[in-house]
Design a protein around this ligand. Structure first.
Ligand code: PBG
Length: 320
């Protein structure tokens, strides 16, 4: 027999020698919820909390200990209103968390999620008039939110709203205010997905009426992902993202094959909770399922992995 593929799999040492894909700690991004109130568990996401500002230093200590180099912030304000004004309050919860983080851990990469849904009383990602989310009235509010996070010290702003033209609106405002070095990580390919369910409990951001299908993408479509990503790159996105992760690896691969900017993938809340629940029941091996899943995301072309498992994955990488 001339071809014996098993020769390349015969021992761990040979497998390690020829392996193609690996995860590095520097790939990992850890999402953190900060709440204007007391620290709380999130029942649908065991192991994940909404942190008060007072408890944030402890959470950051864990990030540092794990060796994770980047965090992604989501804010949960005390008061919500129709226009999501806490999203662009310079003294809002997320702005305070960013300032505190930069004081305690200046080298930690701070990414601020930019959206209105955690801040609006109706839970939609933009300004609502007559039951519709109005694109162009939302853009200046998103730009203000990005500016206030940049001013607080964010290294990267990450618009997740899916309004048309938001990357251009944000880039313009950042540049006008001397934040030309703040990066934009665009949620370019964000599908309207039921996998966000637990996040909406965590962020208290489920829409009060209707759904997000008029702005988030239809999961039956693939070509749209190319159009959305091209638009964001043309408007100045430095990093693009595909979200959710595992059910959308075909999309991640298409984006990585088509474009040359770094690609992030978001292993979202529902994906986390499904693994967690099965692991807690003893039905699967959590560590190996997570590492296999994250490796698959990298194999599909992602450079960055946004995952609630970031701290665990960093520890597990040490053990491998
Ligand atoms: C805000 C936002 C959402 C997620 C990230 N940013 C929720 C949504 O669009 O409803 C989801 C993240 C997750 O499920 O982990 N728009």
């Amino acid at each position: 027999m001339i071809k014996r593929p098993r020769r390349l799999r015969a021992t761990k040492e040979i497998r390690d020698l020829v392996h193609e894909t690996s995860i590095d700690k520097t790939d990992l991004i850890y999402p953190i919820f900060v709440i204007d109130g007391e620290t709380e568990d999130i029942p649908s996401m065991p192991g994940i909390k909404r942190y008060s500002l007072a408890d944030l230093p402890q959470a950051l200590g864990e990030v540092k200990k794990a060796g994770v180099k980047a965090v992604l912030y989501f804010g949960i304000p005390k008061k919500k209103d129709e226009y999501g004004s806490e999203a662009y309050n310079n003294d809002g919860i997320v702005q305070k968390a960013i300032r505190l983080t930069k004081k305690l851990c200046p080298d930690l990469i701070v990414i601020a999620d930019i959206c209105l849904c955690e801040y609006t009383s109706h839970g939609h990602c933009g300004v609502v008039e007559n039951g519709c989310v109005i694109n162009d009235k939302t853009l200046p509010l998103l730009a203000k939110a990005a500016l206030s996070c940049a001013a607080a010290g964010a290294d990267i702003v990450a618009p997740s709203d899916m309004m048309d033209g938001r990357v251009a609106a944000i880039r313009r405002v950042l540049d006008e205010n001397d934040f030309e070095n703040v990066l934009i990580m665009a949620y370019s390919v964000k599908y309207s997905s039921s996998f966000y369910g637990p996040f909406r409990d965590a962020a208290d951001s489920a829409p009060a009426f209707g759904d997000r299908k008029s702005y988030q993408m239809d999961f039956r479509n693939k070509k749209e992902a190319i159009i959305e990503t091209q638009a964001d790159i043309d408007e100045g996105a430095d990093i693009v993202m595909v979200k959710p992760a595992l059910p959308y690896l075909d999309i991640a691969k298409a984006i990585d094959d088509t474009f040359s900017v770094p690609l992030a993938i978001y292993h979202v809340s529902g994906e986390y909770s499904m693994i967690k629940a099965a692991a807690q029941n003893g039905w699967i091996d959590e560590k190996s399922i997570v590492m296999e899943s994250l490796t698959a995301m990298k194999r599909a072309g992602a450079k960055m992995l946004i995952t609630y498992y970031a701290l665990d994955a960093a520890k597990w990488l040490e053990e491998m």
